[in-house]
Ligand binder design. Sequence first.
Ligand SMILES: *[C@@H]1O[C@H](CO)[C@@H](O)[C@H](O)[C@H]1NC(C)=O
Length: 395
Amino acid sequence: MSSYLQQKTGGATCTWRYLGRFVTVAIYASVALFLWYTLMPTRHKEHAAPLSLNNPDPRAVAPVSTKNVVIYAATQFFGHPITTERFLATCPDVQNYCRITQDESESDNADAVLFHNADYRGPNEKFKRMKFQRKPGVPYVLWSLESPSNDNFRPESHMINWTMTYRTDADIWAPYGTMVKRKAPVEIDLNAIWDSKKKSATWLASNCFTPNRRFDLIKKMIDNGFDIEIWGNCGKQAPQCTGVDNQESPCVLELIKPYKFYISMENSNCKDYVTEKFWKALNDRMVIPIVLARKYYKDLGVPDSAYIAVDDFATFDEFMTHIKKVNKDKDTYLSYHAWRKDWQIIIGSGFSGWCTLCDRLQDKEKILKNPKSYKDVAWWHSFEMCNNQIAAKYL
Ligand SMILES: *[C@@H]1O[C@H](CO)[C@@H](O)[C@H](O)[C@H]1NC(C)=O
């Protein structure tokens, strides 16, 4: 309001004020540009690798490599074997030069040693022996798909060289999904999207009671007249969709598509922790995700107009008024789909990190030149990275 009034006063002071403002903006912009140029190239390269595997852009295909590498998986994956076939399934090209082994006799010659955190049982005899024989060019990698609310990192100080998680600052970035800008905008039939929407909102979950109390908020939304159909463990079973609890099941797509909204609230709210339930809602399920806090999605570069965040609203009532309006009003509803013209979703599997890891292991010289290890990897992946109090404010 005040800047509007200033414009109306006009005159020389105003010109100077604008000039001053322009200079300030220019300085900020140069600093931002400088940071972008110095920081982005490496960041970008690291991130491009796993995603390019599913990316139809032919320019993004990973370079051809010749050095053969072996990763020794020192643990299992939730009790299941870690195999080349399953864990490098999304990058068949990489399989030409990279192999995963669980055979301990090969551990001495491996190019990396990998631990899946949830299966890590502390320094037993095997690990103690390995520690003794540790080679500087062979990174120890800790992998996790879970948020710190559900998974405490266990390894001791300086044992771990690289982390492999969904966090953007992990050494190997393994996201559940991401978004890239299209090279050119595409046509989107917004009317067809509106016409396909027959129902209000839905939620599919197996984990009903979580520290961030998302279920309490969902129940309050229902009590206040916003229709949410709940499927899975926390609601009803879908007879037409056996195994509805499994997000991967193909019938889940058909189940969810006719709804306008999907409750994409994570089981915990932690830095960069955005799982497939959000990315799939945006991708082929074509529903507007409702999330708890905007920050986590903004940090990942998701356009604001792609989803609704509860914490945008001062009160629960304001939030309800808004979603009820979006539910009824065609133009407002479709404004949440307009991003589709310019952006493309890439679904990760959480396994994409393996492909990136293989790639990174190609450059032994670089690895040797840049040694690092985590003094306190447990802190890096701790509750301090979470805020599970967001829903409470609205209850
Ligand atoms: C891994 O950490 C150990 C222990 O701190 C260190 O000696 C080694 O050089 C590190 N290796 C890499 C590849 O960073």
